[in-house]
Write a protein that binds this ligand. Structure first.
Ligand SMILES: CC(=O)SCCNC(=O)CCNC(=O)[C@H](O)C(C)(C)COP(=O)(O)OP(=O)(O)OC[C@H]1O[C@@H](n2cnc3c(N)ncnc32)[C@H](O)[C@@H]1OP(=O)(O)O
Ligand SMILES: CC(=O)C(=O)O
Length: 532
């Protein structure tokens, strides 16, 4: 059976730039365009030349090798000739393979937002498309508000699409601009439009305001459309656009689509999708969505004991695709929802040998659950779990003993007469039979403690020299000043590896100290240090 070719059009750098909180630099855009090109997308819409200096500079040269580099902008304004429309002229002068015009297709919006007549709007579409083609570019038309427009006045919405098609636009893209349409409506409307404009020239641009952008894009394909527009990680105006990071694996891995359609992204390239999604979040400085389908950290994470048990027997029990197919990986979490299977899976991952029938597993499970009941949370503290497991199984040496610590916080006037807060920590340790006392100052009690602990660990000092604290999170578990406090610390060493430890106490300093000590002991173990 021959498969129909679906075209993927990426608008991360255009509609994605309309995301609240996203602000691309030219350098970001260059980097992201390269990543999209490498993935195998057919079109990369880079932005709106003329709208701002960043986009104008970005379009001073072509930024993709394989994908059609596309400039976005409005159709000709009513009341001015094409040659006198600076917007259209800037657009045509931009270094791009294609131009995607946005055109209104809802009669009400033409009257209200443009203040133009319906015929003037059609004429604007006609002339703009013709001008792009005359300039040697491929033309696309995003029919804005198409679905709402179609529901209000189907004849006019179709007239807009037909005008663009007859003027020579390669793609007529039906936009669910307000994101309120539902899949059944989208499918039916696309099917109806394809009587006037062939499906092989129809695209879909869906917004996610009712969480249906991906479903609407797939519904449009079922209705006959052959181009999908979307963005990386679903960014875009308001609630975002159709998420290509979900659509691409669905098209490639779900037989219902994979047997009927082909796309430019290969199964091999798909294996880089998780890394690409995370890299993109890093560039735009957003925290990755843990629950993102396919690429999220939790997409293949199993917490429930019953699920972990079944996964141990057959991985597909709770996985709809193989995590490796999208470059993600399976995780089995340890928590108060766990059973022995979770422990066995995590211990195997950590390389800690234990027999399935070892009764200490029950002790470890009971310990995890009791500790979680008083505030510990091991699913986010891999290193503390490993220490707990190793201790229960009897293989954590006593590297050192903490005799005591104390911390003071002082607010005082400094020499310049400015009020400053200074913390000082004193830690007494016994290391290899030797008593050590270290004192350090810090900008807060935890910082002072951290410095004092790592200032002199005697014979182990060299081993922890490259240990650094990269994140510190405090959570109050029940309100009030007598609440229980959970501290999570993320540490890293010069290898680049990082790990998390946890401490719980009524006292935030005490909880922090526990997490800091776990981090140091974990470092000694991971570096294979023998106790002195
Ligand atoms: C549905 C979408 O996501 S469309 C995405 C649009 N993207 C953006 O708007 C981001 C970049 N935009 C900008 O930087 C600015 O809006 C610019 C440079 C494009 C225009 O700025 P300004 O000239 O100051 O106009 P402003 O933004 O206030 O209004 C847009 C104008 O374009 C007109 N217009 C809107 N759509 C179209 C269209 N498809 N065809 C012709 N004219 C249009 C509006 O009627 C309005 O005209 P008016 O000023 O006579 O009322
Ligand atoms: C063009 C566009 O972004 C929209 O109609 O949503």
């Amino acid at each position: 059976m021959t498969r129909a070719r679906l075209t993927l059009f990426d608008t991360t750098l255009r509609d994605g730039a309309q995301t609240n909180g996203v602000d691309f630099s030219v350098e970001d855009k260059v980097l992201i365009a390269g990543l999209l090109d490498e993935l195998g997308l057919d079109y990369v819409e880079g932005g709106y030349p003329g709208a701002n200096p960043t986009d104008t500079r970005f379009f001073s040269e072509k930024r993709t090798e394989r994908a059609r580099f596309t400039a976005f902008g409005m159709t000709k304004r009513a009341g001015v000739s094409l040659s006198n429309d600076p917007g259209v002229n800037t657009l045509l002068a931009a270094q791009s393979d294609a131009v995607c015009f946005v055109a209104k297709s809802w009669d009400h919006q033409v009257k209200v937002a443009l203040g133009a007549t319906l015929e003037e709007n059609l004429e604007g579409i006609r002339q703009s498309v013709a001008a792009a083609i005359a300039a040697g570019k491929e033309a696309l038309v995003d029919c804005e508000h198409f679905f709402d427009g179609y529901k209000a006045n189907p004849d006019y919405a179709i007239a807009c699409a037909r005008t663009a098609y007859e003027a020579g636009a390669r793609w007529i893209v039906l936009c669910d601009t307000n994101g309120g349409s539902q899949p059944a409506e989208v499918e039916a409307i696309v099917r109806a439009v394809s009587v006037d404009v062939p499906g092989s020239h129809l695209g879909i641009h869906a917004h996610n305001d009712t969480e249906q952008a991906v479903a609407n894009s797939l519904a449009a394909v079922r209705g006959g459309a052959r181009q999908i527009q979307g963005t990386l990680n679903g960014i875009g105006e308001r609630c975002g656009n159709a998420n290509l990071t979900s659509i691409i694996p669905t098209l490639l891995l779900k037989p219902i689509y994979a047997q009927a359609y082909e796309i430019g992204v290969t199964l091999e390239a798909l294996k880089g999708l998780t890394a690409l999604s995370r890299r993109f979040d890093e560039i735009v400085n957003r925290a990755p969505n843990r629950q993102a389908p396919y690429v999220g950290a939790s997409a293949f994470a199993t917490k429930a004991g019953i699920h972990a048990s079944a996964i141990a027997k057959e991985t597909s029990s709770y996985e709809h695709v193989e995590p490796e197919s999208v470059g993600n990986h399976r995780r089995v979490l340890v928590s108060d929802q766990a059973g022995r299977s979770n422990l066995l899976a995590e211990l195997a991952r950590l390389g800690i040998p234990v027999d399935k029938s070892d009764r200490r597993l029950d002790m470890l499970l009971a310990e995890v659950k009791e500790r979680e009941a008083i505030g510990y949370s091991y699913e986010g503290a891999d290193a503390s779990f490993e220490l707990l497991a190793r201790r229960t199984l009897g293989n954590v040496p006593d590297f050192f003993t903490v005799e005591s610590f104390h911390v003071t916080v002082e607010r005082r006037l400094n020499a310049l007469g400015k009020m400053v807060s200074v913390s000082e920590a004193v830690v007494k340790l016994i290391v290899g039979g030797e008593r050590l006392l270290t004192v350090a100052e810090g900008n807060g009690p935890v910082n002072a403690l951290d410095r004092a602990l790592r200032k002199d660990l005697g014979v182990y000092q060299d081993v922890i020299a490259d240990l650094e604290l990269v994140d510190y999170k405090v959570r109050i578990l029940n309100g009030g000043t007598e609440a229980v406090t959970r501290v999570l610390i993320e540490s890293r060493d010069s290898s680049g590896d990082s790990w998390s430890t946890i401490g719980v106490s009524e006292n935030v300093v005490d909880a922090s100290f526990e997490a800091l000590i776990d981090s140091i002991v974990y470092t000694l173990i991971r570096k294979g240090v023998a106790p002195n």
